[in-house]
Design a protein around this ligand. Structure first.
Ligand SMILES: C[S@@+](CC[C@H](N)C(=O)[O-])C[C@H]1O[C@@H](n2cnc3c(N)ncnc32)[C@H](O)[C@@H]1O
Length: 272
């Protein structure tokens, strides 16, 4: 998923969830009001950073840095969303933090990214290190999500097993978890976070056409495969969704469908 053009056209669900989460949680955040510094981890194309997160920041914030592991995403974000106080930089939240970033931010946000991270302790430790003393973080990411079941089913098929051989890298570490709230709280409090709140919320999103579903799946498809296989992959993806009986025909109309996605979104708040 490095295609920013594609992603920005098909991230309606991610945008809706970021907006709803900020509406509910932004009031918990203690703004300094004399120039806060903010980081958005896994900013992707930068549209959530600049069109959603920014609306909730104090008007006089000092610096907003969006960061992402993907150079292509960061380049796109800089080209389309950089301003005097907003910039985008490459950063792997699961890697070594550059010294100059440590303790540099009053607030860390992350939307729809941390479920991509296998070493959760490393990512949470890095978030802690990014924060200045008294700083806070608000993070949203996926727990259980049917998309991951579809990936696993496809990975077991003869046709796709080769291309999806690293499927487990792309399934949320909390997809199978019985008590993700407890697991995350434990990780964060061990690191030193205080006032930790973790909420596993049930969400639902409806795609109103097979095309819309395919676009959304394609926009976040993490598997490297030749371009000429991508349409077949999406076709087979939809077949599995159909087998899982997640496609309803509205008023028995063959072309008018609702495709339900019920999933768990983890909303995490913590202070340093
Ligand atoms: C689904 S996008 C979310 C983009 C944006 N936050 C939004 O809500 O629309 C997930 C992003 O996380 C980035 N990402 C994945 N692993 C990462 C890592 N280890 N460090 C930083 N970013 C990462 C991906 O490159 C991708 O742009």
């Amino acid at each position: 998923m490095h295609n920013a053009e594609l992603y920005q056209k098909s991230n309606t669900m991610q945008k809706r969830d970021a907006q709803q989460c900020l509406e509910e949680y932004a009031k918990k955040i203690k703004w300094k009001n004399d120039g806060d510094t903010i980081i958005d981890i896994g900013c992707g194309d930068g549209s959530v950073t600049s069109s959603i997160l920014k609306k909730f920041l104090p008007y006089n914030y000092k610096r907003l840095v969006g960061c992402d592991i993907s150079e292509r995403m960061v380049q796109f974000a800089n080209e389309h969303h950089a301003t005097e106080h907003t910039s985008f930089a490459v950063l792997d939240i699961e890697g070594n933090l550059p010294d100059q970033m440590r303790e540099n931010f009053d607030h860390a946000f992350s939307f729809y990214t941390l479920h991509w991270i296998k070493h959760q302790e490393t990512a949470f430790t890095n978030i802690y290190r990014l924060l200045a003393k008294g700083g806070d973080c608000l993070l949203i990411f996926l727990g259980h999500m049917p998309v991951f079941d579809v990936y696993r089913i496809l990975a077991r098929s003869a046709r796709w097993s080769y291309w999806l051989r690293d499927v487990d890298r792309f399934v949320s570490p909390y997809h199978d978890s019985q008590d993700p709230e407890k697991e995350i709280k434990r990780i964060m409090t061990t690191i030193g976070f205080t006032s930790v709140e973790v909420k596993c919320t049930q969400k639902s999103f409806i795609y109103t056409s097979v095309e819309a579903l395919k676009k959304a799946v394609n926009a976040v498809n993490p598997f490297r495969m030749p371009a000429e296989l991508q349409e077949d992959f999406l076709e087979d993806y939809v077949k599995i969704v159909r087998d899982m009986q997640l496609i309803d025909h509205v008023n028995n109309n063959i072309n008018h469908v609702n495709i339900r996605t019920n999933y768990n979104l983890l909303i995490v708040f913590g202070k340093k």
